[in-house]
Design a protein around this ligand. Sequence first.
Ligand SMILES: [Zn+2]
Length: 404
Amino acid sequence: MFSQALLFASRSLIFKNSKYMIQDKSFSQKLFFHSSPPRRAIPPIIALVLTPIARIGAFLFGRNFRKWWKNLPPETRALYISRLRKQKNYFLGLFGALTTGGIAFYFTHLEEAPVTGRRRFVFVSEKSLLEISKFEFESFLVQFGSKALPPHHSIYKKVTAIANRILEANKDIEEIYHKQWSVTVFDQPDIANAAVLPSGAILVFSGLLDRCANEDEFAFVLAHELSHCIVGHNAELYSRTSVLNAIKIVLMGVCMALLPTDMTGILSYLFGSGTLTAAFELPYGRELEREADEVGLTLVARACYDTRYGAVFWEKMRLLEDIEMGIEIPDWISTHPANATRRDHLKGLEGSAAAVREVCKCPPLSDVDIEKEVEDFVRAVKEKHEKDRPVVLLQLPKRPVPSI
Ligand SMILES: [Zn+2]
């Protein structure tokens, strides 16, 4: 729906420079500059370590409270209860103030998402997000830096050209125009993945290019990742996860303090925490994936790529999952929608994507037989799968040598 809104939104940006374009030079400087051990990565590490520590603290606090309470003489317990009852209004007031504060915090941190205009809760600052982004980028370099391809490599050039074509066609989006984009390609054929960090760092593993049949398919995947970045999904996820983590820490303390044994406390916590994840985290993650697919499709449509390959990509992923794993992971236990759901969603958007291409005066789509391409792909994967399958040698059961 917002594909049209995105297309017709008039933005009066003056293009003073080509900041949105990826410069080869910026990559090489970045790479060599960041190859030393990360130094500014401390705040995200602290945030990462603090959550489990706080959870352990809540566990110990709740447990010790329960034991202390159990060991109190009955008359002392009765005294505490009567004191609590007398101060009931004070505690109710405190609870009310905290709840009101929480609600006020939520509503004062609602904002409109770029591109889609969806209302969402975000409290993480741009600065913190960039710090996290920097830490993530450096972590990637520490792990895969030696595999980074130089800017003159043909794969690097190909990725940069596709990224630039998408960015150029969508430069009227402020979040694209004002970001300092860079590309890093890791020569890692066994990893078929890509990511775009909030800072604008585009990271691609070469295995992804092998998985994509053509440029259109790769462009869709890249545009999906770019969409996460320009819509600011990281800020949303970080905000939501932080709140849910805080609730889970309190839940841990309460379960361990109020339930009669360690086992019942832990089981109740696991049930409560799992329910929170299934109700608030997983559906939200799936919604963001869906949104990134939709925005990504519009980005590639505006760049005149063949948008049918969005659905083709997810159909191929579904078939691969089926061939390689033998099962399809259902939506409700996953942070991502099932591949078949994503394929159907994108197929449903093909009409509006075609309209976007038309308005952008793109050349008509080729009459290539997409169904046949998918069939050929499946056949090739099945053949490879059969060839690579380890030979199972039947072993005769070992019997003791009969004594004569
Ligand atoms: Zn995604």
